[in-house]
Design a protein around this ligand. Structure first.
Ligand code: BES
Ligand code: MN
Ligand code: MN
Length: 483
């Protein structure tokens, strides 16, 4: 039998006090640690920042003295560490299933463009926003998870068994995670609910359930034509440009006029339920969907104009950023900075590619296909190599059990005074497809604070603290209602 439920107002008040008095300060310390993911810091082990972030968070969890909580920092040789905690169930009945809570403590690199008074490693708390790298993506997750459990316990609401899995290679595609899952498998138990606090929000006015995530293939595409640079006047016209060859090779992948990706295998059908949800979400968000991006405005012959989105239809825009594949070039080598660029026909051009895949496309297969597509039959017999960093598969949420849908709505109503929204996300969380495959009947509460302007990965990343508080309380509410 289910015991008495949470008093939501009391839960939110307690959680709010805890955020203001403690968690914001903890996260400020965390922001100061440049715990860049291994993909952006090859010497992460020597630098010790990931370790420092893990120790800092683990110490805080231990200091909470949550009854029957056991924490372990698990370390497999040569791999980034994982925080694993277990909290015994406080109820005897129920399904006996386990709740898994997930987050990550590794970060993206700095990027540029930070406001003059802000920076990636210098926290600033202003107007309810905590600025700095990794606060929102995803340092807050472990604090929110524990605070939600504490809210349940302080009202003596019986809860199921809960485990936490906080990893440190997510921003590199979670290459280290599977061995840990294998090692911890028996301690995960029979997973009935996954709470993943690493996702986004459509706005800050309601709880948002993530209905899907995209997958991704990334890697470096290099075109080499010469062993060293030569005078561009002397050579051009005879020696083919590595940049032009790169364009030709990319034309196999993407229609540059529309951004449409050409291989059919990189596309998938959109389930009807997702279409209907996109329509409902477009009605809620309307133009805000477009306003969440910092578009360039400029003068064109005396007329002020703005850069246009790829589609101005909100439903199409929602679907395009979540259910369609896209190509981004995120970095380059072989191109001197402008001030150093002489008239040289450059020996090579390398682009870092980030290919987003729709939720139902297999990431590993797509990585193989992409390599073949780009490398085979190179123009002018140039040396063309695609060095893949691997593929991550996206995720489509299982259909919601009635208790879960009701719990989400109740939580959103209690803490936001609005129903729970449903939204697909364009980002990737590699573990979710693996968890869904391993625990097909688990309900997945994939939520997060990455709402409008929060700008994870870019400059001026912020954590919206009022939203984080309500999300924390919503997590407590949903766990308290798990059958
Ligand atoms: N938290 C993000 C994923 C995300 C972003 C979900 C926005 C929902 C909205 C996560 O930390 C992330 O950035 N993942 C990487 C994964 C990649 C390295 C395989 C990403 O999407 O770039
Ligand atoms: Mn994240
Ligand atoms: Mn991220």
């Amino acid at each position: 039998m289910q015991g008495p439920g949470l008093d939501p107002a009391r839960a939110l008040a307690q959680i709010s006090t805890q955020w203001d008095g403690d968690i914001v300060r903890q996260l400020s310390d965390y922001i100061r640690i440049p715990a860049k993911s291994p993909g952006f810091d090859a010497d992460w082990a020597q630098h010790g920042f990931i370790d420092a972030a893990v120790r800092h968070a683990a110490q805080w969890v231990e200091a909470q003295k949550v009854p029957d909580l056991q924490l372990e920092v698990v370390r497999l040789p040569g791999r980034t560490p994982v925080i694993f905690f277990e909290i015994a169930a406080t109820r005897s009945g129920g399904s006996g299933q386990t709740v898994v809570m997930y987050g990550h403590l590794d970060k993206q690199p700095e990027f540029d463009g930070w406001r003059a008074d802000l920076g990636p490693w210098t926290p600033k708390y202003e107007d309810g926003k905590l600025y700095g790298r990794g606060g929102a993506d995803d340092g807050y997750a472990v604090y929110a998870a524990i605070a939600a459990v504490q809210a349940l316990k302080s009202q003596s609401v019986p809860h199921p068994r809960i485990v936490g899995l906080i990893e440190t290679s997510e921003e590199s595609g979670s290459p280290d995670l599977l061995p840990y899952i294998d090692a911890l498998r028996s301690r995960l138990g029979d997973v009935g609910l996954v709470v993943c606090l690493d996702s986004g929000a459509g706005n800050y006015d309601q709880l948002w359930l993530t209905t899907s995530l995209r997958g991704m293939v990334s890697g470096n595409l290099k075109v080499e034509v010469l062993t060293e640079g030569v005078h561009s006047g002397d050579a051009s016209g005879l020696v083919p440009s590595s940049f032009r060859i790169l364009r030709q090779v990319l034309d196999r992948l993407e229609d540059s006029a529309t951004g449409h990706l050409l291989p059919a295998s990189f596309h998938c059908d959109i389930p009807p339920e997702r279409l209907a949800q996109a329509k409902a979400t477009a009605d809620i968000l309307g133009d805000d969907l477009f306003k969440r991006f910092p578009w360039v405005h400029h003068d064109c012959g005396g007329r002020e104009q703005s850069v246009l989105p790829m589609s101005d239809d909100p439903v199409e825009a929602l679907l395009a950023r979540t259910w369609r594949p896209t190509l981004s070039v995120t970095g380059a080598e072989g191109l001197p900075s402008l001030k150093d660029a002489g008239n040289v026909l450059r020996p090579f051009t390398t682009f870092k590619l980030s290919l987003r895949l729709p939720p139902l496309v297999d990431g590993a297969q797509a990585a193989q296909q992409l390599k073949q597509l780009l490398e085979d039959n190179a123009p002018y017999q140039a040396r063309v190599t695609f060095e893949s960093h691997g593929g991550a598969t996206g995720w489509n949420a299982p259909s919601s059990a009635p208790w879960f849908a009701q719990a989400l709505d109740a939580a959103s109503q209690a803490h936001f005074g609005a129903p729970c929204g449903h939204i697909g996300q364009g980002g990737t969380i590699p573990l979710m497809s693996q968890l869904s495959a391993g625990f097909p009947s688990a309900q997945m509460m994939v939520c997060g604070v990455l709402g409008p302007r929060s700008n994870a990965h870019g400059p001026n990343e912020f954590l919206h603290v009022p939203y984080a508080k309500r999300l924390t309380a919503a997590v407590a509410e949903v766990i308290g209602r798990m059958p």
